[in-house]
Design a binder for this molecule. Structure first.
Ligand code: SF4
Length: 761
């Protein structure tokens, strides 16, 4: 029997600190997975469900977007995958009585952890204007209410349609079609906050905004550089791939301001050596770089490659690249002092890495938020591409770019058209297929949507999944902006903070999850997702839904569209809602690479999308070639007496979903309001171990943003930096502090000062 939802809110934070760990997974991971799963699902459901995740004919893990190997293991999931599944497949339920017992203002005082632990939503709920509590509403009335608010807008751009990366391909395609038939490109998504910088840089330099490597490439690489990423917590099955590469002779280099257990050693629970032995040492060379120093590092490496005899793959550069001379001229101006100041690394380490690169034929660079959430993120990733192009490491087996996506279908949603800046080709195809002229003006991304709500231009906010107010920066500004809306709507499986920060009216529309069976009048339906490596495959939930009458994401979009666009709208929304094959047939004619979608998605393991740079060294860029770029060396500046804070996840967290209050690998238990500071910096700043402080964010707008009551933890972070968890520290990230070009919040680069604990909570 599953454990009851916690009544009291344990978030009165009392973190305990012990020594950080130096190995990931192993028996403890098995123990934690099964314990947390059984707490939510009970033993029998745990077994039935976990043996189906990431399996052929099973369902796709609602966690990250790491791909499945060709041959899946019986237990093809990691600890955090088990937690993600358990959170969704929990036996806990939220019914109307819960909302009758808890006012919205009372729920707003509760922690995100407590809200999420209450269970699955079971019926549509309305918070009417002036009401204090949510109350039940029928689906038809809910759709009619949304239609009424949308029709009352002066312009379709008065609405924004947000997507979280859990939304399936089928739901995402129908959703963008609905928004565009309504007349807007306001399609912000969670990618705006995470890999938008990667998409911008890769599209400009290679012509495709996605990774170019497969698992097979990782297994045969000579050198794998993991930069600004913590796979042990955020993409744990990647450790299996790194272990396999390592055992095949690869060298692994990690570049990170924090020493992360998952990059040091991996105890693979799928093997005896991982359960009882020492596991596998992963990282051969650890570069503990200063926050935001990656651009300088790759500039220095490129200079060393240019200066080395035979360092450059001339044949590749001449045949496939554009802009080499300008790039090389700039690279040769890279000053060693600037590099040392920006990276905080000893030059010898940079030279050692350059030697490893020059001794390798097949090099892969993997990265995540540590590169993408900085002001200079796009130039940094462009410089990583320069680094790979120099030695022809694109379009070669065992080599390439590997931005590792954080949400299970965030890449698929973008492929389906969830983008505020759609390409002309995509809109032309949509127009041709559905016989209408879609809006051509670019829409609002996530940061611009917040600005739009703040300024009263966006009055209706609709979210397909996610937890927008917790995932976005400048919490006080975002929450106030959300409250300015006429209507806020969330399609969700679980309760979260975004449900209690509402517009004048608010709706919660409960939907089926990945683990749930989806049966329509035309029989059992399945959906599809695209992983981080461009593999599209099916996902079939098998559990009885948490309540009768729950609608799938696809059905919600299609019924909403009919309610808003009216009976005369020619799109067969009803067919789409009851037979997803009909939707996939239309996707096949609009989205490149999806021809014969229904046949290909039914193949074991699905199919791989084409990728010109990988498949044939063809680069659909403005020049028709791979573009070298010039990226002036820059790094964050931090005034004296301040540190540069990065927001990050604990090991018991997935995006804004808090599974528990521990961060086992870092030695933190029972709480989340901690700030990790290097002992030498702490000494200089007078920050005693265990002292409580307020973090005060400083930015050029002169606004002081405060995050109160954080426990100081002396931790081996790189000098000059500090680290604390989000969403608690998103309040410190200024809305207007975004990456150039991609507009991604700079959540890895917040200048903070420390003040004595103000007692605020
Ligand atoms: S690695 Fe990612 S996708 Fe795979 S089981 Fe873990 S959380 Fe899920």
């Amino acid at each position: 029997m599953a454990k009851q939802a916690p009544q009291s809110d344990p978030a009165q934070d009392a973190p305990e600190v012990s020594a950080p760990q130096h190995a990931a997974a192993g028996l403890p991971a098995v123990g934690h997975s099964l314990r947390m799963a059984a707490e939510q699902m009970g033993p029998r459901r745990t077994l039935a469900t976990l043996l189906k995740v990431n399996q052929p004919n099973g369902f796709d893990c609602p966690g990250c977007a790491w791909p499945e190997p060709d041959k899946t293991h019986t237990a093809e999931f990691c600890e955090n995958g088990a937690k993600a599944v358990a959170e969704e497949a929990t036996e806990r339920r939220i019914r109307a009585e819960f909302f009758a017992a808890h006012s919205v203002s009372e729920l707003a005082e509760r922690s995100g952890y407590w809200l999420g632990q209450q269970g699955r939503l079971t019926q549509p709920m309305l918070l009417d204007e002036g009401a204090t509590h949510y109350s039940p509403i029928s689906w038809d009335d809910a759709f009619a209410l949304i239609a009424e608010e949308l029709r009352a807008l002066d312009t379709p751009d008065g609405a924004a349609f947000y997507t979280s990366g859990r939304t399936s391909n089928e739901a995402a395609f129908a959703y963008q079609l609905f928004a565009r038939r309504l007349g807007t490109n306001n399609l912000p998504d969670c990618s705006n906050m995470c890999h938008e910088s990667s998409g911008s840089a890769l599209t400009e330099t290679l012509g495709v905004g996605k990774g170019s490597v497969s698992l097979k490439d990782l297994y045969q690489a000579d050198l794998i550089i993991v930069a600004g990423q913590n796979p042990g917590t955020n993409h744990p099955r990647m450790l299996s791939a790194l272990e396999r590469a390592k055992r095949a002779g690869a060298t692994i280099v990690s570049v990170n301001p924090l020493p992360e257990a998952g990059l040091e050693r991996f105890k693979n629970p799928q093997h005896a050596r991982g359960l009882v032995g020492h596991g596998t040492k992963l990282t051969d060379l650890f570069l503990q770089i200063r926050l935001g120093g990656d651009l300088a590092l790759f500039r220095a490496l490129n200079q060393l490659i240019l200066d080395a005899d035979g360092g450059v793959d001339r044949a590749f550069v001449e045949e496939h690249c554009h802009g080499f001379e300008e790039f090389a001229a700039e690279a040769r101006t890279t000053g060693r002092e600037e590099v040392l100041a920006a990276t905080g690394l000893p030059w010898e380490q940079i030279e050692e890495l350059a030697r490893l690169v020059l001794g390798s034929r097949k090099v892969i660079v993997c990265w995540a938020m540590g590169l993408t959430q900085h002001k200079h993120a796009v130039p940094t990733i462009r410089e990583v591409v320069n680094f790979l192009l120099l030695r022809g490491n694109v379009g070669r087996p065992g080599a390439g770019v590997c931005p590792v996506r954080g949400h299970s279908n965030v890449q698929g949603d973008r492929t389906m058209g969830i983008f505020e800046r759609p390409s002309k080709a995509f809109l032309d195809a949509l127009a041709g297929e559905f016989g209408f002229e879609p809006p051509r003006a670019h829409g609002l991304d996530s940061v611009d949507t917040i600005r739009g709500m703040r300024d009263g231009r966006v009055k209706v906010f609709f979210a397909m999944g996610g937890n927008f107010v917790a995932a976005t920066p400048d919490t006080e500004v975002t929450e106030a902006a959300m409250r300015r809306c006429r209507l806020t709507v969330h399609v969700s499986t679980k309760l979260n903070r975004s449900h209690v920060i509402t517009g004048a009216r608010a709706l919660i529309l409960p939907t089926l999850g990945r683990t749930d069976r989806d049966v329509t009048a035309r029989g059992a339906q399945f959906v599809s997702v695209e992983d981080s490596m461009g593999q599209v495959h099916s996902s079939r939930g098998g559990l009885r839904p948490p309540a009768p009458g729950l609608l799938s994401e696809v059905a919600i979009v299609c019924r909403l569209a009919r309610a808003v666009l009216g009976p005369q709208d020619s799109v067969p929304w009803e067919d789409f809602a009851t037979d997803y094959d009909t939707l996939r047939d239309r996707i096949a004619r609009v989205v490149p690479g999806f021809a014969d979608f229904n046949e290909k998605v039914r193949r074991p393991g699905g199919f791989t999308l084409p990728h010109g740079p990988r498949d044939s060294r063809t680069f659909p860029t403005a020049t028709g070639k791979a573009n070298f770029t010039v990226n002036p060396l820059t790094a964050p500046e931090v005034p004296a007496g301040r540190l540069l804070l990065q927001t990050l996840r604990s090991h018991d967290q997935y995006n804004t979903t808090i599974y528990g209050l521990d961060d086992r690998y870092r030695g933190i238990t029972g709480g989340r309001r901690i700030v990790l500071v290097n002992p030498a910096d702490a000494a200089e700043l007078g920050l005693a171990e265990g002292a409580y402080v307020d973090l005060v964010g400083e930015w050029k707008d002169g606004v002081e943003r405060r995050a109160p009551h954080f426990k100081v933890v002396h931790y081996p972070v790189a000098r000059g930096g500090a680290a604390a968890y989000y969403p608690e520290t998103n309040v410190l990230v200024p809305l207007d502090s975004t990456a150039d070009i991609s507009n991604t919040p700079t959540s890895k680069a917040v200048v903070v000062r420390f003040e004595p604990d103000s007692g605020e909570r």
